[in-house]
Write a protein that binds this ligand. Structure first.
Ligand code: ADP
Ligand code: MG
Length: 627
């Protein structure tokens, strides 16, 4: 809840609206205590006195009544009726919406068709009809305004409830034997209340206007009682000769409705969970770069060379060092594996290269990523956009989430090509079929007309690969592309990638947490822990004789088929949280060989020929090999 108010306070306009509205409400509340003239006492000798005249701060109206007093009493009444109407409409409308959405079927149909009938009439016409039936009067105006707004709430809340009623936690509550009433109260209601609050905050202003409208027409508050609408209505005839009598209530309506709407927008933004994690802003097109100190120069190693890359997430006053100085490079036709536990910074490293880390909260604070000698970190967005997919393409873990559910896969492939070069419909189709053939999708002419949900997981991932290949990139960064697939499909996908690498000279950076996959595909492998590379080298060397204790422990967790009965050793403890990294080696806490020195200073990555290790007491490869 404190988070909600902080977010709200950060939104200047909403804050201003909130302050103004609070002042108005405060004024309305203390009105009976103020030394005001009686709002209803007429004094025709003193008609149409101008504002700031003796004894009448805002002047008097056509019957000589004190305008200030009428304004404050009128505001009080208008606010009360507006809020009351909003609460009544929200309560009844939401209840209808929840019942319709939760029970569905015939109940839903019956209720919603009734609501549709109400919605078929224009708001104000319907309100007029209701008041005409009930007779004029403020209370009847309230009923009318509330009634015409019920459908709005019912529709909104029904939509949300339908989504929630089929969620797993509701099923779980059903399985636990809870009654429908209990489920609605304890499972559904808490999830729709934010939506109700949002809908209310954005409609109260509208309801105050509607009430004023009815009073203006003489159907709401009856003379001599003042509300803002009736004040406007009575001042209408003197609009030209004595404009102040209309301006005073008119301004008040403007101030109230505007402050409510500004505050309502702020409330809506602050309650939106998607905006909660970051600041109240959209992610930027490319990751924010804020590098200090000298930048590393390219050494010409490989096609893509990442040096000292540091990426952090700045959330409130915390700094999460997700990537803390990563060096790696990959050459044409080479496959580099990046392996590490979940949360070790593999994805963030990969996304940083093309500026794809969401900002805020992500910031690249150091290092460089040279692609053919050009530094991509901090490159202009136009340049990055031109290269994304064209030179460096990505394949992600979940192809169902990366493919658009409403477009055919063929069209999505064509769109990927068109992003970088103009091609005609026919050529696009031909190229799409060609790509699907390249990733060995059987029957590609038929398959391009499929929607993503009509394909199996493995099939979709092949489409993902085809899409990455669409523009003949030089580098493909595959972020756990096979994690969601079963083993046989995984093997097929790996074979496809391996063939493509050989036939097209692709460089592949393959992110995984599976040593089996690394062994099958990668020439070299880098092991990541807590945002840093702890060991790097040729796959055969590392698999044969891991030097960093973490790598060794990680491999001991992998079961081997036909490897006899071996104890699987889970690594005790958890990886450190990256906003509180320990001094020295991040793995020391969990390491069996850790010494005093390991916890003291920064441990450098020591290079020795083709391999490198970040450890003071690495395992000795020659001894291990002899064992
Ligand atoms: P993995 O190695 O499993 O791919 P990631 O690179 O996704 O790990 O994440 C590395 C660290 O960065 C994790 O501690 C994660 O919590 C943090 N992180 C990743 N994305 C975000 C984000 N958008 N906001 C805040 N923290 C993030
Ligand atoms: Mg990841």
């Amino acid at each position: 809840m404190t988070g909600f108010f902080q977010l709200l306070a950060r939104n200047r306009l909403a804050l201003a609206g909130g302050v103004v509205l609070s002042l108005v409400i405060l004024l309305a509340l203390v009105t009976p205590l103020l030394p005001l003239a009686d709002p209803d006492v007429t004094d025709t000798a003193n008609r149409f006195k101008l504002p700031f005249s003796e004894g009448a701060l805002l002047g008097t109206d056509h019957l000589g009544r004190d305008l200030l007093s009428r304004l404050l009493w009128g505001t009080r009444l208008s606010l009360a009726v507006g809020f009351a109407a909003a609460i009544v409409a929200a309560t009844i409308g939401s209840a209808i919406g929840i019942v319709a959405g939760f029970y569905g079927g015939r109940t839903d149909n019956l209720i919603m068709r009734g609501v549709d009938m109400l919605m078929a009439f224009p708001y104000i016409l319907l309100a007029l009809a209701i008041v005409a039936a009930l007779g004029p009067g403020l209370f009847n105006a309230l009923i009318a305004v509330a009634a015409v707004n019920v459908p709005f709430f019912a529709r909104n809340i029904r939509g949300i409830t339908v989504g929630i009623a089929h969620k797993e936690f509701v099923d779980a509550a059903r399985l636990a034997g809870l009654s429908n009433t209990r489920i609605i109260v304890s499972e559904v209601l808490p999830n729709v209340i934010p939506v109700i609050v949002i809908a209310m905050s954005t409609t109260i202003g509208w309801m105050i206007l509607e009430t004023a409208g009815l009073s203006f027409l003489g159907l709401g508050s009856q003379p001599p009682q003042a509300d803002l609408g009736s004040m406007l209505g009575e001042a209408r005839s003197a609009l030209i000769t004595n404009p102040h009598t209309s301006i005073v209530p008119g301004l008040m309506i403007l101030v109230i409705v505007m402050s409510i709407n500004l505050l309502g927008d702020g409330v809506r933004d602050a309650l939106d969970p998607r905006l909660k994690s970051g600041a109240l802003s959209r992610p930027m097109a490319a990751t924010r770069v804020d590098r200090k100190g000298p930048l590393p120069a390219p050494t010409g190693a490989g096609l893509l060379e990442v040096q000292g890359l540091q990426t952090q997430f700045h959330i409130k006053d915390r700094v999460y060092r997700a990537v803390g100085g990563v060096d790696l490079h990959v050459a044409k036709g080479e496959c580099l594996g990046i392996i590490g536990e979940s949360g070790s910074g593999k994805s963030v490293t990969a996304l940083s290269v093309m500026g794809l880390v969401a900002s805020p909260p992500g910031v690249i604070t150091g290092g460089a990523a040279h692609y053919e000698g050009e530094d991509l970190i901090g490159a202009p967005y136009r340049r990055l956009r031109g290269m994304r997919g064209r030179n460096v393409a990505y394949i992600f873990q979940d192809p169902l989430a990366t493919l658009h559910p409403l477009y055919r896969v063929g069209d999505q492939l064509i769109e990927a090509i068109r992003a970088h070069r103009p091609i005609g419909r026919e050529e696009g189709r031909r190229k799409a079929v060609e790509l699907l053939t390249a990733v060995r999708i059987p029957n590609p002419e038929k398959r391009i007309a499929n929607y993503p949900h009509e394909m199996s997981g493995g099939m979709r991932q092949r489409v993902g690969i085809a899409m990455a290949l669409a523009n003949d990139p030089d580098i493909i960064i595959a972020d756990e592309p096979t994690t969601a697939l079963d083993v046989t499909v995984q093997a097929q996908v790996l074979t496809i990638l391996d063939d493509l690498r050989r036939s097209r000279g692709l460089a592949i950076i393959f992110i995984t947490h599976d040593f089996g996959v690394v062994a099958q595909l990668c020439d070299r492998v880098a092991v990541m822990y807590a945002g840093r590379i702890v060991e790097e080298g040729r796959t055969a060397d590392i698999l044969g004789a891991p030097r960093h204790p973490y790598t060794a422990r990680l491999m001991a967790c992998v079961p081997e088929v036909g490897g006899g009965k071996r104890r699987l050793e889970a690594i005790a403890g958890l990886p450190p949280v990256v906003d509180r990294l320990p001094e020295g080696c991040a793995f020391a806490e969990r390491c069996l060989k850790a010494q005093e020195a390991c916890r003291r200073d920064e441990i450098p990555l020591v290079r020795d020929g083709a391999s490198a290790v970040r450890c003071l007491y690495p395992n000795d490869p020659s001894r291990e090999a002899a064992e």
